[in-house]
Design a protein around this ligand. Structure first.
Ligand code: SER
Length: 346
């Protein structure tokens, strides 16, 4: 029996929007190790050719994680599995279990793997604009793009969970087991980004609160009317999915010594719902968009900053979005979404 284990990256929540894009992009890289994915739902069949192993299971199942850990040499974990902000408000305790306990389980796995390999294990973590909490609309309007350490008073369970997990990652990387006599670095190399609302041309999100923007675009392309669940003036930062995927991969590749923080704000462009709608109507002139704000979801987006300052990411690891609003709509979202639904009609 061979004692060598296959060297892989592990992607949790792989069947979500970010997961699909990440699998495609990682697979194209010449230096790509094996890809093992874990998700509650079985991976979409069209994604299967791109992965080495697809496991259907729960990140709360510690036995399953132990088995994975003994089967593979895991050099990096992209921990994408989470309940998003709207879903989490329906079941806050479940969200806490999945978002926090699940992350702790994966950090523990990273620790074991680092000790087994004698080399660091990268832990790439998508955090969110939801870690911020603006006290009211006038502060939201007057604050310049928020920096990483400002206004960290999230009002959602999801935001609270993400903020705490950022701290867990920093703890595991720099401070694990302070009291141990001969404390050595844990080997966990946690790196986080705070994403704005991500917009994909190929998938629609589920359970988030920034979902009105992607939903509006996809509905228009399908000739469906859309009732937007926030006011027209509601503004938050967004990013085209390819930039989000590239950010995760570039952060993973950045030299450790260049990183001055464990988590970085990222953004690309800020738009109001009305500005998103205007772009959608230009691309799809028949689009029917109305506004039916839902108090709860409105409140959530009102608590998020209108813009994030991502200068630390730019300075430390050369982050630069490729898609501003014009390019995101004209060269990515509109043509890809149009083609996607046209193909379905044909
Ligand atoms: N897009 C996410 C959400 O709406 C924010 O991270 O929950």
């Amino acid at each position: 029996m061979s004692m060598s284990r296959q060297r892989v990256v592990l992607i949790t929540g792989a069947n979500g929007e970010v997961g699909h894009g990440l699998i495609h992009t990682l697979r194209q890289r010449p230096d790509c190790p094996g890809i093992v994915v874990l998700d509650l739902r079985s991976l979409d069949p069209e994604m299967m050719p791109y992965v080495d192993s697809s496991i259907v299971g729960d990140i709360l199942n510690e036995e399953l994680l132990d088995n994975l850990s003994s089967e593979y040499e895991i050099e990096a974990i992209y921990h994408l599995a989470a309940l998003l902000s709207t879903h989490s408000e329906f079941r806050p305790e479940v969200a806490h279990r999945v978002n926090v306990r699940g992350t702790l389980n994966l950090l523990t796995m990273a620790l074991e793997q680092a000790q087994f390999r004698g080399e660091p294990v990268k832990f790439i973590f998508p955090s969110s604009v939801a870690v911020f909490g603006m006290p009211d609309l006038s502060v939201k309007a007057s604050v310049a793009p928020v920096k990483e350490d400002e206004h960290l008073n999230p009002i959602t369970m999801y935001g609270v969970n993400k903020l705490y997990c950022e701290h867990l990652g920093r703890y595991y990387t720099h401070h694990y087991r302070q009291l141990a006599a001969n404390r050595t670095p844990s080997g966990v190399d946690f790196r986080g980004v705070r994403f704005p609302g991500l917009i994909s041309a190929t998938t629609v999100p589920s359970g988030g609160t920034s979902d009105y923007a992607p939903e509006m675009i996809h509905a228009a392309a399908k000739y469906e009317p859309y009732a937007c669940f926030v006011r027209p003036d509601t503004t938050m930062p967004f990013m085209a999915m390819p930039d989000g995927i590239r950010a995760l991969i570039e952060l993973a590749r950045a030299p450790r010594e260049a990183l001055t923080r464990s988590v970085y704000n990222l953004t690309s462009f800020s738009l109001s719902a009305e500005q998103v709608a205007a772009r959608v109507k230009t691309a799809f002139p028949g689009a029917e968009i109305t506004y039916e704000p839902s108090a709860g979801r409105q409140n959530i987006v009102d608590s998020w900053p209108a813009d994030m300052d991502d200068s630390a990411a730019r300075a430390d690891w050369g982050w630069q979005p490729e898609y501003d609003a014009d390019k995101a709509f004209n060269e990515y979202l509109v043509p890809t979404i149009r083609a996607k639904y046209r193909r379905r009609e044909a």
